[in-house]
Design a protein around this ligand. Sequence first.
Ligand code: NAX
Length: 325
Amino acid sequence: MNAPIKVAVTGAAGNIGYALLFRIASGDCFGKDQPVILQLLEITPALKALEGVVMELNDAAFPLLHGIETSDDANVAFDGAQQVFLVGSKPRGPGMLRSDLVRTNGPIFTGQGRGLNRAASDVRVVVVGNPCNTNALIAMHSAPDIPNDRFTAMTRLDQNRAISQLAGKLGKTAGSITNMGIWGNHGPSMFADYFHARCDGTPVAELLEESWLKETFLPTVSKRGKAIINARGKSSAASAASAAIDHMATWWNGTAEGEWASMAVPSKGEYGVPEGLIFSYPVTVKDGEYTVVEGLEHGAFSQEKIAATIQELSEEREAVSDLLG
Ligand code: NAX
């Protein structure tokens, strides 16, 4: 059995936290031979609810769970943390614009970024709380002691949603679909690149009508979060937690030969994206390091989509420029 690793989760008493913590503690993320110590961060008014979640985690008697700490102080929750899930943030209220959300949640991530300077030297961070790409950007700028490439944001849920739609249409299971890359923002402009996706090795663009891919598939994937709220009365939680597990498990274990995963990572200018934006690309992962897949060709339609998502992320960066000092 390995030595325990410290895993920090923010927003731990929230909807996603409730699904996520049990999966981490059961070994779904870091493996069945990897014990974990959970370090949970919440705002002060939610600490009571978090106590109940901790009771339930204890009652599940997970053999891999070697300890739980709770705090409302980021310096405590992130102390020595090796794997960090930044889930906590304020949800978008009625009538609130995306730009308002960027401004409302931005300051949370300056404080948490500063706290992350106390994390372990091998820390790896995924931001789930929305707007996740720009929140990751803010946290990265607030944590100068941590290499930039340790900050990522989650577009794996978009990837999983895209895979599920393609598999359903083709009468296959999700495991048949590979190379499904999400480009850009986890936001309305996100581009699910079906041109490079494959079903049992065959490009899906050769198997499905272009009209369905453009007019049904793309909008279904990008509006899926809203459809779930309409049906369930609450936003996606278990699927979001599952995607966060997939994201960190891929970073921990690597990608299979020939396969990609979508991760929003600090751009080094690949594919003409402005340097420093937290941009989702298809990546491969080996030995805990990710590499953007290079050399993919994009036609005019894809280039237009990628330009639009660059624009959206650039505007978000501009809106929080005072937090990036
Ligand atoms: P909830 O509102 O259920 O939970 C959020 C939790 O965060 C609450 O318990 C709250 O007390 C806590 N919190 C707020 N400010 C905090 C702070 N400064 N420090 C620590 N904790 C804090 O939301 P939930 O459904 O769990 O969603 C969490 C976030 O994930 C939201 O921002 C949501 O928009 C985002 N999502 C991101 C997705 C993605 O694909 N990247 C998909 C799902 C989800 O919409």
